[in-house]
Design a binder for this molecule. Structure first.
Ligand SMILES: Cc1cc2nc3c(=O)[nH]c(=O)nc-3n(C[C@H](O)[C@H](O)[C@H](O)COP(=O)(O)O)c2cc1C
Length: 185
């Protein structure tokens, strides 16, 4: 086996597929996002959105966004949500929306896990805006909990690798426990 150099290609990291939500012009709007992640031990997420997206406009205007975790069963509607823009297609009724009391950003009832995030920092980069959002509220369907904790097997999220959607497959180990077994060998 030999290492070969190929074109620089960043889309190999398995990315959780989420749907970002924002209120735009007084209505809910949603965009499918692969560029999402955790940044530190504090409850802060980042999402990176093209600066021209309709959702981006709503996040800028309101200072809040939601992160919704769709199930693998929602692959078609999730993909569709990432193919059409709220600028030309009304996505307000694509999902059933719910709000917290302050009504800052719409969240998706059909998605088993939902986060409401308050923008604390924005970084522009190469035509995108990276929004860092402090998680202010987290909702989960009660049937997705095991012993009071979110259970990934019950949530059944999707992962994007390149242009392909996968479900998360089997549990293969526990963080900070497998390494102990390695050390003992
Ligand atoms: C699987 C998938 C992942 C996507 N990831 C991103 C992303 O990380 N950032 C982004 O700006 N757009 C991403 N998109 C594209 C937007 O979801 C898409 O352009 C959407 O139509 C924007 O909607 P809006 O204009 O109503 O906000 C993705 C689309 C798909 C299908």
């Amino acid at each position: 086996m030999q290492k070969v150099k190929i074109n620089n290609y960043p889309m190999v990291n398995p990315a959780p597929v989420v749907i970002a939500g924002a209120e735009v012009d007084g209505k809910p709007n949603y965009a499918t996002i692969g560029a999402f992640g955790v940044v530190c031990l504090a409850p802060v997420f980042y999402i990176s959105l093209k600066e021209t997206h309709f959702t981006t406009q709503g996040i800028r205007e309101n200072g809040y966004f939601s992160v919704n975790i769709p199930t693998a069963d929602m692959v078609r509607i999730t993909d569709y949500c990432g193919m059409v823009s709220g600028k030309t297609t009304d996505k307000a009724n694509l999902f059933n929306s719910f709000y917290d009391d302050a009504g800052k950003a719409p969240m998706i009832s059909e998605a088993p896990m939902n986060f409401l995030c308050k923008v604390i920092q924005t970084v522009p980069i190469s035509g995108f805006e990276v929004f860092f959002g402090e998680i202010v509220l987290t909702y989960i369907d009660d049937n997705c909990l095991t012993d009071g904790r979110p259970d990934p097997a019950k949530i059944n999220p999707m992962v994007l690798v390149g242009p392909n959607y996968f479900n998360i497959g089997q549990l293969i180990g526990n963080a900070f426990k497998e390494g102990v077994k390695f050390k003992q060998v």
